[in-house]
Design a protein around this ligand. Structure first.
Ligand code: SAH
Length: 254
């Protein structure tokens, strides 16, 4: 069986208990070496075969999974953050389906959760934004026309951009052209939850200069939206004394 496991955003403590237990008994591990913290591999048994998928093609990854399956061994496929976001797991699962090899997915803490924690940020503040757009700039991987940054920017909701730290002049221009005022708060979080994490607060217009100054061009998330200012939001209904829920009767007191 193949276990697709989310490694979390960097700090080795941020893998799930289930993920760590699978690593601790793994016979074979294929990890995404460009971003997964290798410290996570220290719990693997001494005789575990460990491969870095940064040097492998999809075909090579599948061949290793097939060989392990034939020997009756489980494989842990360790992906950064949560595997469901930009993880290229669908293509692996389809190849495994075609070969009748069973698999499961163990979720992980995505970098976008790690970045919010690093900033002490709530993405969904009442009265400001109740939606988070997770997207990316087009790079070598195309983005559908209907998902262009300008189109999402028209909503002025909270936006989290993966895989875009090297394209900030274009991103900043597209965000403003799409509808965010130039002074909309923005943040760059580099290597969230790693020891060398950096957090930079700026505005949408200042994004390219802020990244240049801090020499950030990869392994970062860009966060945009008025939730970053953290002001002028409404209190939650859930914890309002006057609000009645399934669990609590509201009163007039404050
Ligand atoms: N599946 C991963 C994302 C993989 S795509 C997840 O859920 O987090 C790789 C991109 O994720 C990077 O280019 C960067 O934009 C972002 N990323 C991954 N780890 C990060 C971290 N610790 N801090 C900031 N951004 C990170």
């Amino acid at each position: 069986m193949v276990h697709f496991v989310g490694a979390g955003p960097g700090d080795p403590d941020l893998i799930t208990v289930r993920g760590r237990e699978l690593l601790a008994k793994a016979r074979a591990v294929i990890y995404a070496g460009s971003l997964v913290n290798p410290a996570l591999l220290s719990v693997c048994p001494a005789d575990c075969e460990i491969r870095n998928s940064a040097y492998m093609t999809l075909e090579e990854v599948i061949r290793v999974m097939e060989a392990c399956h034939a020997r009756g061994e489980d494989v842990v496929r360790l992906h950064t953050g949560d595997p469901s976001l930009y993880g290229a797991i669908r293509e692996q699962m389809d190849e495994l389906d075609a070969r009748g090899i069973p698999y499961e997915v163990v979720p992980g803490v995505s970098a976008f959760s790690g970045a919010a924690a690093a900033l002490g940020l709530e993405y969904t503040l009442p009265g400001i934004s109740q939606s988070v757009v997770i997207t990316r700039m087009e790079g070598r991987t195309p983005v559908p026309e209907r998902e262009k940054i300008e189109r999402f920017a028209a909503h002025q909701s909270t936006m989290v951009l993966f895989l875009s730290a090297g394209l900030l002049p274009e991103l900043s221009a597209a965000l403003m052209e799409g509808g965010y005022p130039a002074d909309t708060p923005a943040a760059i979080v580099y290597k969230a939850t790693w020891p060398d994490e950096k957090r930079v607060l700026c505005t949408v217009a200042e994004l390219p200069e802020a990244a240049r100054r801090e020499q950030i061009c990869k392994t970062a998330l860009i966060i945009v939206g008025r939730v970053l200012a953290g002001r002028d939001y409404d209190r939650s209904c859930l914890y309002d004394p006057a609000f009645t829920t399934e669990f609590r009767k509201g009163s007039q007191e404050r």
